[in-house]
Design a protein around this ligand. Structure first.
Ligand SMILES: [Zn+2]
Length: 352
């Protein structure tokens, strides 16, 4: 937020230009499911998991993997005191999980690179998560163990039901496990569904994008106020005339206010080619875990949907073209303690 009235914005008819796509007919790729379970879950991993011994390792990772930046972000930067194994070195805030894998169907090397979709069927919340271990023991009657952070993001407590899916389309493209199917031949490297939108609350403060404008940036904001205030402000046509495409509440609920194909008024000078995402928070808040998960899922979908380069995710104040004199404090400390684009980029690298 933190944006003044756009000067002299003319009213335009609410006609939307048809966006050009490389392939006109959108054929939904057939999703080849490589792994799916649905059943009870529990949580595991991290320094405080006394259910794991101090030297307990992980089925999919060894200490050598800590040197690989692709894997290292699942773990705490340093070994917690008294802990020698990788199980309790996991960062409990990261989204990881364990299932009872059949390594013939899903080999270890595939799983290490795979990105799974974990869903809470009772509230529709979903997040991407990484396999790290084999388990839980079948005697528990559970099908999966999740990181504490993932369970929180999905709103799950021990023995609630979780659904976990790994599909060929979602796997990080390394090498296919099975013979390439029709689905695998679709050129899109990954496919994720649009996260659930809790409500579309239409804002009048938008306009058609200029013909031929490509959506090429995502701008991240902090509301510096409550959800109710942001929704109210963006619905006012007679005030600052500001808006955003999405507003994500602290609990992960996503509200949409402007269609992607239209231009919202969220980043003076850079509205034409951008999608604006507001995150509910005060000037001193960091993202709440469910909010971070929802934001990451939404950003992933937007990147894919509009073919936006990953490098074009900006904090409001650091957006190329942003031209409000004096700048803005937005997005404050939501993505890290330092007001810098480097902070935003580091968050994106770790979470999106
Ligand atoms: Zn802002």
């Amino acid at each position: 937020m933190a944006q003044k009235r756009r000067p002299g914005k003319k009213k335009t008819a609410p006609k939307r230009p048809q966006r050009k796509r490389p392939i006109k007919k959108k054929i939904a790729p057939v999703e080849e499911i490589l792994f799916r379970v649905e059943g009870k879950m529990s949580t595991f991993g991290g320094p405080t998991d006394t259910g794991m011994s101090a030297d307990e390792g992980l089925a999919l990772f060894s200490s050598a993997d800590l040197q690989n930046p692709k894997y290292a972000n699942l773990f705490l930067a340093t070994q917690p005191p008294g802990i020698t194994g990788l199980g309790r070195r996991l960062d409990p805030e990261k989204y990881y999980f364990a299932c009872r894998w059949n390594y013939n169907d899903t080999p270890k090397e595939f799983l290490k690179r795979a990105l799974a979709r974990a869903e809470n069927p009772s509230n529709g919340r979903a997040a991407d998560a990484r396999p790290v271990d084999w388990g839980p023991n079948i005697a528990t009657g559970r099908v999966a163990d999740l990181s504490p952070g993932l369970a929180t993001a999905l709103g799950l407590q021990t023995d609630d039901v979780v659904r976990i899916t790994i599909s060929a389309l979602r796997a990080t493209p390394v090498k296919p496990v099975k013979a390439p199917s029709r689905a695998a031949r679709v050129s899109r490297p990954a496919s994720s569904a649009k996260p659930v939108i809790k409500q579309f609350v239409r804002s009048p403060n938008c306009s058609s994008r200029q013909m031929g404008t490509k959506i090429d940036k995502i701008v991240l904001h902090c509301t510096e106020g409550s959800l109710a205030d942001a929704l109210a402000e963006f619905q006012k046509a007679d005030s600052r005339k500001v808006s955003a495409h999405y507003v994500i509440d602290r609990n992960g609920d996503i509200h949409q206010m402007v269609n992607d194909c239209d231009c919202a008024n969220h980043c003076m000078g850079a509205n034409q080619g951008s999608i604006g995402i507001e995150h509910v928070g005060s000037e001193t808040d960091s993202l709440a875990p469910p909010q971070a998960a929802a934001s990451a899922a939404l950003i992933r979908w937007l990147l894919q949907e509009h073919q936006i380069p990953r490098t074009n995710i900006f904090g409001h104040d650091f957006t190329p073209g942003y031209c409000r004199p004096g700048g803005t404090s937005c997005p404050d400390k939501l993505f890290g303690p330092v007001h810098s684009q480097a902070t935003i980029s580091a968050w994106v690298a770790a979470n999106v």
